[in-house]
Design a protein. Structure first.
Ligand code: NAI
Length: 269
């Protein structure tokens, strides 16, 4: 009796591993020339999604072109746009062009972000405004645009990059924490407004992920202190945030909206 069952299970398991979860979907990823955004773009493309991504500075143009090539080598269409996520008009133009080129938008990952860390006593109004604009207003800018094609199609997944710091705060990061907490409120509100149209909106709250943004945390005593607080005992990778994003982008999470998933090695326990 066991013999005919085993090959079936092996075949089934094999098929589920190679199954692409986002075949022919169109995904936007903001700020993807490096770091977590790059990891997300690659992961979604591995699963068959066509990728439209942004970068903001001329110095990232070379990296953006290299990513475009890596993505197309995975067999999907990919195009980089120079577009500032903090600028409403640029987001409007970007999304219009994406819809013009790809026909629709199924997935939008609002990943672009910056930090300008400073104790509140020293934090300037300009630093506050810059962080709010790039981290929080950008999510409003992009979401306003992508919900049009998503509502028309009666499906869509919006994924916003928050942070564990947005949930619990952090000394020296008042503006960053406030912007990331704001993203959670925005995420839940969008989920409530658009659930009836089958447009889902969720947030990811990464812990310490190894990227250019956190490179200074990896050295010396500070690194040891951080690692001691992480139950899994290591920093996370951009690919691991990409895996969470893939789950939220795909139909595997079809009954999940308005949630915050912490990809943080247990740091939030
Ligand atoms: P990163 O600094 O390596 O990458 C951020 C990307 O956003 C860069 O490519 C940058 O050019 C782009 N960007 C910045 N301003 C932009 C704008 N106005 N318009 C378009 N693109 C813009 O940072 P990382 O680590 O990859 O972070 C990605 C996201 O994940 C950010 O939102 C960050 O706040 C969040 N995050 C990161 C964590 C980490 O440990 N690295 C932890 C929690 C959240």
């Amino acid at each position: 009796m066991l013999f005919p069952v085993r090959p079936f299970l092996v075949t089934f398991a094999h098929q589920s591993i190679i199954m692409k979860l986002l075949e022919n979907k169109v995904a936007i990823v903001t700020g993807a020339a490096r770091g977590i955004g790059e990891g997300i773009a690659l992961k979604l493309a591995e699963h068959g999604a066509h990728i439209a991504f942004t970068y903001v500075s001329d110095s990232s143009a070379e990296k953006a072109a290299a990513l475009e090539s890596r993505l197309t080598a995975l067999g999907v269409q990919a195009k980089a746009w120079k577009s500032n996520a903090g600028d409403f008009a640029q987001c409007e133009q970007f999304v219009n062009e994406v819809v013009g080129k790809f026909g629709t938008v199924d997935i939008c990952v609002n990943n672009a972000g910056i930090s300008k860390d400073n104790l509140l006593l020293r934090l300037t109004p300009d630093q506050w405004d810059e962080v709010m604009n790039v981290n929080l207003k950008s999510v409003f800018n992009m979401t306003k645009q992508v919900i049009r094609p998503m509502m028309k199609a009666r499906k869509g997944s919006i994924i916003n990059m928050s942070s564990i710091v947005g949930i619990r705060g952090n000394a020296g990061q008042a503006s960053y924490a406030a912007s990331k907490a704001g993203i959670i409120g925005l995420t839940r509100s969008v989920a409530m407004e658009l659930g009836s149209r089958n447009v889902r909106c969720n947030a990811i709250a990464p812990g310490f992920i190894e990227t250019d943004m956190t490179h200074y945390l990896k050295e010396g005593e500070a690194a040891k202190t951080f690692l001691e607080k992480i139950p899994l005992g290591r920093f996370g990778s951009a690919e691991e945030v990409g895996n969470t994003t893939l789950f939220l982008a795909s139909d595997l999470s079809s009954y999940i909206t308005g949630q915050v998933i912490s990809t943080c090695g247990g740091l939030n326990i």
